[in-house]
Design a protein around this ligand. Structure first.
Ligand code: AFP
Length: 335
């Protein structure tokens, strides 16, 4: 059967009709974020011509040097979402604390979290980067909003997605009923449905990890990777391939497209840090998407979506992708 080529709006209206919980404010939120991603894509694609490459003289709450495009993407997302009446507040990798919707605008029931530009180390070398977003409902019915409202387990998410600024500009989205993919039609300037009901194969021969950290990993991680590297002659009885883009959005997109396992585990360089990636606006949205596509996502011990956050910029170890491999790595950590 030929693939449907419908717009993001039509897809969301159909989702709203079939699954009542996609409320009109949530639909507006998603459409506004998607429009903001189009705006970010324009800046990304300009590169040197738009004077958007290189770094600012600032560092963020993560202690990382902020790239010009990090700030541009952050501003675009805030300006696009602040007036609509669908949000109470926003949180971003690039902002120390939450951004509450000012009193001059109506406040809504949703909370938007985002990594405005993931993969910053790839910006200046023209490698795929992306935007990751997560949507929560503000559960407390008290007036006002605080950081505590954001500290919900990932299983509470109302929606999640990412946009990859790569050879194509692709939006991948879940509202809790499977995963759909939209490709930006630059001639029309609109998002067109190009894949729905995405499924991650349970098995894979492809792993994604930063191998330069090998000597710092805990033994279960070393065991899993050593077995993959041993190939056909080793305990796994098959050869593996490796990929590492160093943009989580690009690695996860590949896994949603053809399977694989992505790992950014704890390592002994900073033993007090559970991992490099951020729970609320990187791991949780990606875990929601991966599970909705039939994959698994753990921190090595527990399901990521069940973790109770205690801080806005909390970090976590991430093992996600094809369920058979994620299960194996998690079992090695439990052994
Ligand atoms: P940056 O946004 O600072 O480049 O970090 C990207 C990221 O958070 C994630 O997207 C990558 O998977 C991971 O870090 C890459 O980390 P390494 O540079 O240590 O491989």
């Amino acid at each position: 059967m030929p693939k449907r080529r419908i717009s993001l709006t039509q897809y969301l209206v159909e989702q709203q009709r079939e699954h009542g919980h996609l409320t009109p404010p949530l639909r507006l939120l998603i459409e506004v974020v998607a429009r903001a991603c189009k705006r970010i894509a324009i800046s990304v694609n300009k590169g040197e011509l738009g004077d958007v490459l290189g770094s600012t003289d600032q560092s963020n709450v993560q202690g990382e040097i902020v790239k010009k495009l990090d700030l541009i993407a952050n501003e675009v997302l805030i300006e696009a979402n602040v007036w609509g009446g669908h949000l109470a507040a926003m949180a971003s990798e690039e902002m120390d604390s939450i951004h509450v919707v000012p009193d001059r605008y109506p406040q809504g029931e949703y909370l938007l979290l985002f990594d405005p530009l993931d993969g910053s180390s790839n910006i200046d070398v023209n490698v795929s980067i992306g935007t990751i977003f997560s949507v929560l409902r503000k559960v407390g019915h008290t007036r006002g909003v605080s950081e505590e409202d954001f500290l919900q387990p990932g299983r509470q998410q109302a929606a999640a997605g990412y946009c990859v600024y790569g050879p194509q500009t692709t939006l991948v989205l879940t509202v809790g009923n499977g995963v759909a993919m939209f490709t930006l039609d630059r001639e029309q300037g609109s998002w067109v449905l190009t894949q729905e009901d995405i499924r991650i194969p349970e098995e894979t021969k492809e792993f994604a990890i930063n191998m330069s950290n090998l000597r710092h990993w805990a033994p279960p991680m070393r065991r899993y990777i050593d077995e993959c590297l041993a190939g056909k002659e080793g305990p796994r009885g098959k050869d593996f391939n490796m990929r590492w883009v160093a943009s989580m959005v690009a690695d996860v997109h590949r896994i949603l497209s053809r399977g694989g396992i992505f790992m950014y585990p704890w390592d002994q360089r900073e033993p007090d840090k559970p991992g490099k990636l951020r729970l609320l606006y990187e791991a949780n949205p990606m875990a929601f998407l991966v599970e909705q596509a039939g994959g698994m996502a753990t921190n090595g011990q527990r399901r990521i979506l069940d973790l109770q956050p205690t801080k806005l910029h909390e970090r976590v170890s991430v093992i996600l992708g094809s369920s058979q491999e994620v299960r194996r790595v998690t079992e090695y950590h439990a052994a």
